[in-house]
Design a protein around this ligand. Structure first.
Ligand code: FAD
Length: 355
């Protein structure tokens, strides 16, 4: 069976981002790479959105940039500007196509459906398939979104809505998220932060229909795309194994308080490429202990007091948008952290340290 210098298990966001980063930086000229991916065909299946706080390789896959956003709780709306760090949405269909086209040009890169097709004994493995233990107390961000199209202009595509908490909370944390791509198209998502043990939250189609028709007051539209997912708000099992690094969700690249992962994956890919010659001995890449600690407290509060969360999120955005964006994107300095922390209900957060 064939052997390879490197193996990437899972050709999704992290696996393909890493392969692309290595390829465009000529790290695969004299090395061989096998990508293991079971899916039969790539098609658009996700929309990756984030504040662009760092450069990445996929500006040409961006569906839309926004410089303004809003957040709502019942009877209150905040409008914010994000010119310095525009919010971007990446179309996964364009991303898969761009990367696969590039990788196919290099004969040192091979694609397989299953690990059993190759000999992995002497290879360095980058694994993006998470080992997730199903535990009833784990929190998830689970959601469903539809892209709708209208005949007439309906949306204001200059501003997106990050969180609209003016909806049924069902003893969890629930909000809608609207990304208007144009005046006639928008992605509208229902998002829950919960333990996923309440099946009644999964009537996503009904929730979205009701929001579109009775909240946005849009009656004449058609659904042209749908995506659904669940992001673990806990770290998958990540044991230290010789000659193996976990990447993507499996490698702890999700910011637990927000679910944002895409840009962390890009930064991790860059780190691996910079250290590829000595990767077996490189220091483990992490989002940062500070954020792990703060997110842990934040999620404890969320678990204990879901009813307080809409106001907590709303209050967080009383700090300057630049500060909040940097904090949520793991780029904040000590003073920016303090400016966020001081806006949180102190007693609730201090108590959470002892739950
Ligand atoms: C619908 C959705 C929307 C999201 N939106 C955002 C967003 O807006 N912003 C953001 O920052 N993050 C977002 N995320 C979170 C995160 O960015 C994505 O989940 C991202 O795809 C994670 O990349 P990954 O490579 O870890 O996992 P994936 O992209 O899921 O890749 C894993 C790959 O492994 C393959 N695989 C599975 N089993 C095996 C096996 N046994 N052997 C080999 N391969 C296998 C799968 O087919 C898949 O291609 C979203 C997640 C989902 C699910």
């Amino acid at each position: 069976m064939k052997e390879f210098d490197y193996i990437i298990v899972g050709g999704g966001c992290a696996g393909l981002s890493l392969a692309y980063e290595l390829e465009i930086n000529e790290k695969l000229k004299n090395k061989t790479l096998a990508i293991i991916e079971p899916r039969a065909k790539y098609k658009r299946d996700k929309t990756w959105s984030f504040w662009k706080v760092a450069a990445h390789n996929f500006d040409d896959c961006v569906k839309k940039n926004w410089e303004n956003f809003s957040i709502n709780i019942p009877k209150k709306t905040k409008h914010l500007e994000c010119k310095i760090y525009p919010y971007q949405s990446i179309d996964s269909g364009l991303f898969y196509e761009k990367i696969n086209r590039k990788l196919k040009e290099n004969n040192n890169i091979s694609f397989f459906k299953d690990m059993s097709e190759i000999n992995s004994k002497n290879s360095f493995v980058f694994n993006s398939v998470p080992a997730i233990e199903k535990k009833h107390h784990n929190l998830w961000q689970h959601f469903c979104g539809v892209e709708v199209e209208t005949k007439n202009d309906f949306f204001d595509d200059e501003i997106f809505n990050l969180m609209d908490f003016d909806c049924d909370q069902r003893e969890s944390v629930h909000f809608f998220y609207t990304l208007p791509y144009s005046k006639t198209t928008a992605l509208i998502e229902t998002t829950w932060l919960s333990k996923m043990n309440d099946d009644s939250q999964k009537d996503y189609d009904t929730q979205i229909k009701d929001y579109i028709e009775n909240h946005l007051n849009l009656k004449d539209y058609k659904i042209i795309y749908k995506e659904e997912g669940a992001i673990p708000l806990f770290y998958p099992i990540n044991e230290k194994v010789r000659n193996k690094i976990n990447i993507g969700t499996a490698g702890g690249m999700t910011r637990l308080s927000t679910g944002y992962t895409f840009l962390n994956i890009q930064e991790h890919s860059r780190y691996i490429r910079e250290n590829i010659e000595n990767i077996a001995h490189a220091k483990k890449y992490k989002i940062g202990n500070k954020y792990q600690f703060l997110d842990d407290i934040f999620l404890r509060v969320l678990e204990k007091h879901p009813e307080k969360m809409p106001k907590i999120f709303f209050k967080m955005f009383k700090a300057s948008p630049k500060t909040v964006i940097k904090f949520l994107s793991n780029k904040s300095n000590f003073f920016e952290d303090l400016s966020i922390i001081f806006r949180m209900p102190k007693l609730t957060f201090i108590k959470a340290l002892f739950y």
